[in-house]
Design a protein around this ligand. Structure first.
Ligand SMILES: [Mg+2]
Ligand SMILES: [Zn+2]
Length: 248
């Protein structure tokens, strides 16, 4: 059962938390760094940043440049060098204490994401991301199963669509992220925790948000929010959600 929150009218509302992975849970953008190390980012990454291609073309491009097979051994050795944000354990504890559903959302690839979380002791989280696996010849294959139907974002996992299909109209949505794939879900969130490009986007577009650098800061603020159990819906987010629900 999700934690029940009382809004100003005294009605009960459940809460849901969605959290980005690369640069949010992992302290480094593994999706970038891994392929920079064992493959080639040029010209794919520049093309992505300059919006000449979307994430789908980007992943297919960089995956094709791999010079190494991403074996479990190679991944483990590499992933052990990437620190997890040291507030993540505390964040999960808080979320569990308050019985709030928590979903990791990523436009990255399952092959490093699951491994990284498992290596750090988290193999029971709900994760939505692109699926990637080695075929019989050791070639990395990717499957994109969360397309951005109805959204203009360039992502293959449209986080907004995942957030909306997993939440009910009376639920308060809390979003934690740092990058451009977090823009469209943040528009639909009642409470936003933002750093990096997401914080810049929120500032530019007038989205109220809590800024953070380390997850420990998110924990501190979130604890107050969940303990107070009084989360007001953000009007613009409500309207954005309504628009999507009505169109889809
Ligand atoms: Mg990120
Ligand atoms: Zn989207």
């Amino acid at each position: 059962m999700p934690v029940m929150t009382t809004n100003i009218k005294g009605q009960l509302n459940p809460v849901r938390i969605f959290c980005d992975f690369d640069g949010t849970i992992s302290t480094k953008d593994i999706g970038y760094d891994l392929f920079d190390r064992y493959g080639e980012q040029t010209p794919w990454h520049d093309d992505l940043v300059d919006e000449r291609i979307g994430i789908r073309e980007y992943w297919l491009g960089v995956v094709g440049t791999l010079t190494h097979i991403l074996t479990d051994h190679l991944l483990d050795e590499y992933l052990r060098t990437i620190p997890i944000d040291n507030g993540f354990a505390e964040l999960l504890q808080l979320v569990r204490d308050h019985n709030v559903p928590f979903t990791v959302l990523s436009d990255g690839l399952s092959i490093y994401l699951h491994r990284f979380l498992t290596l750090n002791g988290y193999d029971d989280l709900e994760i939505v991301c692109n699926e990637a696996w080695n075929d019989d010849e050791g070639k990395l294959q990717v499957r994109f199963s969360h397309a951005a139907d109805g959204c203009e974002c360039p992502s293959t996992v449209c986080k907004r669509n995942v957030v909306l299909t997993r939440s009910a109209p009376d639920e308060r949505i809390i979003y934690i992220g740092d990058g451009s794939s977090d823009f469209c879900p943040a528009e639909c969130a009642d409470v936003i925790f933002a750093k990096g490009n997401l914080a810049a986007y929120c500032n530019k577009n007038g989205l109220p948000h809590h800024s953070w650098k380390h997850l420990a800061e998110v924990v501190k603020e979130l604890e107050k929010i969940l303990t107070r159990r009084r989360i007001r819906p953000r009007r613009q987010a409500e309207l954005a959600r309504k628009r999507v629900w009505e169109s889809g």
